[in-house]
Design a protein around this ligand. Structure first.
Ligand SMILES: Nc1ccn([C@@H]2O[C@H](COP(=O)(O)OP(=O)(O)OP(=O)(O)O)[C@@H](O)[C@H]2O)c(=O)n1
Ligand SMILES: C[C@](O)(CO)[C@H](O)COP(=O)(O)O
Length: 258
């Protein structure tokens, strides 16, 4: 066997053929405006470790994941590379860091542009969902490997949801126009999983306001399916979410006995 034909360590350890080899793009380039002033959200600490490192570890915990592409704040790629070097991460996983863009959509696209050709399954996972359990990651990957072109982890809602019209002026109430049937609604999380070609086509063809990658795939007319999400995969968005995230980590430490 020539040197070129030998599998890389990550290919050898996951043992997956190219069609099912799995890469994850982690958009981590947001400012975190809703979290309040401070460092970019992904670099803020949870139990002393940057949120991004928790998110990277959550993805690399899956034995199916052989590559993680981190999309860093536009001026923070060097800092993110140093962070990855400074923290213990599984050796079976390869890492790339690229600078991000102005919107989440643009950041994901920049991450996709950096993917080498040999990964047929691509996950997109928010750095802002640092605590997703590995079982959820594996369930998404398995559904794609089983033939779904787009998969989202999703949870039923606890609140009733109303559709409203914009208020007629500042300080005025918003008229409620509809109450969708709650039993049919789901709160959608990440990682979202895709057949690579479908996700790339969505990012090439779909423009406009879309808040998640599966929404872009829906606009292509391609079926998206939901698998059970997890309450610990919540998105750290506002200050109270930091309190919850610290509490989840404390509970894990207690359960792990240290
Ligand atoms: N230009 C952007 C904006 C967002 N994101 C990433 O997309 C994920 C989900 O976005 P969100 O939670 O909205 O993060 P922020 O945009 O940072 O938050 P905010 O809207 O409060 O500023 C985050 O991991 C964030 O880093 C990104 O990579 N590039
Ligand atoms: C992708 C996402 O996490 C799915 O719920 C969500 O849409 C991201 O929204 P944000 O406003 O960019 O945080």
């Amino acid at each position: 066997m020539s040197d070129d034909s030998r599998p890389t360590p990550s290919e050898a350890s996951t043992g997956a053929p190219a069609g099912t080899r799995t890469a994850v793009v982690i958009p981590a380039a947001g400012r975190g405006v809703r979290l309040g002033p401070g460092a970019p959200k992904a670099l803020r600490a949870l139990n002393g470790t940057p949120m991004l490192i928790h998110a990277v570890r959550a993805m690399a915990a899956s034995r199916s994941v052989s590559l993680v592409v981190v999309v860093a704040p536009p001026d923070g790629a060097a800092e993110v590379k140093s962070l990855l070097d400074a923290h213990a991460l599984p050796e079976r996983t390869d890492f790339l860091v690229v600078p991000g863009g102005e919107s989440r959509q643009e950041s994901v696209r920049l991450g996709l542009d950096a993917l080498p050709p040999d990964h047929g399954v691509v996950l997109v996972h928010d750095a802002a969902r640092p605590l997703v359990p590995v079982d959820t990651v594996d369930a998404v990957i398995e559904a794609v490997r089983d033939g779904a072109r787009a998969v989202v982890p999703a949870l039923p809602l606890a609140d009733t949801v109303k559709e409203v019209e914009p208020a007629a002026g500042p300080g005025l109430p918003e008229p409620v126009v509809a109450t969708p049937e709650r039993a049919r609604l789901r709160a959608v999380q990440t990682p979202q999983g895709f057949d690579r070609a479908t996700l790339i086509r969505a990012h090439e063809e779909v423009t406009g306001d879309v808040t998640d990658d599966a929404g872009m795939v829906e606009r292509l007319g391609v079926e998206v399916v939901a698998v059970p999400g997890h309450e610990e995969a919540f998105k750290v968005t506002r200050p109270l979410d930091l309190v919850l995230a610290e509490a989840v980590l404390a509970r894990r430490r207690l359960n792990d006995g240290f």
